[in-house]
Design a protein around this ligand. Structure first.
Ligand code: F0G
Length: 356
């Protein structure tokens, strides 16, 4: 017997779906939770699990929320959807618009979108506008557009996005068989941290109602040092980081993110570009998981917190959310790698010598 696929089918009872909501899916959700024992030792926790969201159909966590936002937009009669994006949201929107047979418009900041993400928006047939300005300016522009036209806005200011994304929290609890002590994730526009907290608190409320203990994880939101408004406490006018996915200075879900941090007893941390790239390499070489730079930020953050306070995570089960696949941004991944060696002649002696 085959289980129904996708976020809408699997989690319908916890989502705002009606009989009229189309059961759109590209097979999103149900991503693996991978154990990373070597990194757990480095962080000093008992267990470290990687929620590999790069295994979603378009290679990032955005698909969970996009499928719900898109289905609700179609239910409401939309014929065209729009988003501003640092890349992944546009890739996801383009794919789901293609699957649903509606038009897609994406507005991206000039010069800062990773190659794989652009390729996705192009092949899925989105109309792409490149804006002179950063993500924050692009989001402001599409919000105005959505107010003045019937085009459906599918950024995470659309509450259906957070509804879909909260299902990742349910999956983490289901896969572990318990609520982890802590969960670390990258923070950009702050939709995902808000969605996880919504998922964890909804689960806790259901447990409480069933007469069981109310348990939630401590949330660690990690930002890039050059784009860290939650650490300075105010928007950043000119965000800069190699982790272009989270190059955001004025997060839309500011209040919800602060609430997630406060209510969970968590904190915001920042990691420099060097720390992020180092964490990305360690994930690839010590855990076998290739994620994009932004997705390595939570590991960089946990390593930093562990170094600042040795023993901080002793005995704990931690989850790091790896939000996007490494193949999204191949150029950053190989930028500092040595060039490939010269080709050798195809004979055994040469091969033996080259591999010695
Ligand atoms: N990780 C990746 C790979 C992302 O693409 C994003 C956001 C985040 C983390 C941060 O999530 O915004 O909910 O705090 N990318 C958006 C985009 C902004 O346009 O693709 P957030």
């Amino acid at each position: 017997m085959s289980r129904q696929q996708g976020v809408l089918a699997r989690w319908a009872e916890f989502l705002p779906v009606t009989a009229k909501t189309p059961r759109l899916t590209l097979g999103e959700g149900d991503t693996p939770l991978v154990s990373a024992p070597a990194l757990a030792r480095a962080i000093g926790c008992d267990e470290l699990w990687l929620k590999c969201e790069g295994m979603n159909p378009t290679g990032s966590f955005k698909d969970r929320g996009m499928v719900v936002a898109m289905a609700k937009a179609i239910e409401a009669g939309a014929r065209v959807a729009v988003c501003a994006s640092t890349g992944n949201t546009s890739a996801s929107a383009a794919a789901y618009c293609a699957a649903a047979g509606i038009g897609c418009r994406v507005v991206v900041p000039e010069g800062k979108v990773a190659l794989g993400k652009l390729a996705q928006a192009i092949v899925h047939g989105a109309r792409i506008v490149v804006l002179r300005g950063n993500f924050d300016a692009a989001l402001q522009a599409v919000r105005v557009l959505a107010e003045r036209t019937p085009i459906a806005l599918v950024n995470s200011v659309n509450p259906f996005r957070l509804e879909g994304q909260k299902t990742a929290a349910f999956e983490v609890i289901e896969a572990l068989g318990r609520v982890p002590h802590g969960l670390a994730l990258p923070v950009g526009n702050a939709g995902n941290i808000s969605a996880y907290w919504k998922g964890f608190t909804e689960h806790a409320a259901r447990e409480e109602q069933a007469g069981r203990a109310r348990t939630t994880p401590v949330i660690y939101g990690v930002q890039a040092a050059g784009a860290a408004p939650f650490l300075s406490g105010a928007p950043v006018a000119h965000p800069e980081t190699i982790a272009t996915a989270i190059r955001i200075g004025n997060p839309a879900s500011w209040d919800l993110a602060i609430r997630a941090q406060r209510e969970s007893g968590g904190l915001f941390a920042s990691a420099t570009d060097a720390e992020i790239l180092s964490a990305q390499r360690r994930l690839a070489s010590e855990a076998g998981v290739f994620c994009e730079p932004a997705s390595a930020a939570p590991i960089a953050g946990l390593l930093k917190l562990a170094a600042q306070t040795p023993g901080r995570f002793r005995g704990q089960t931690l989850v790091a959310v790896l939000t996007g696949h490494g193949l999204k941004d191949p150029q950053t991944a190989i930028a500092d790698a040595p060039p490939l060696p010269e080709p050798i002649e195809n004979d055994f002696a040469a091969l033996e010598k080259a591999l010695a």
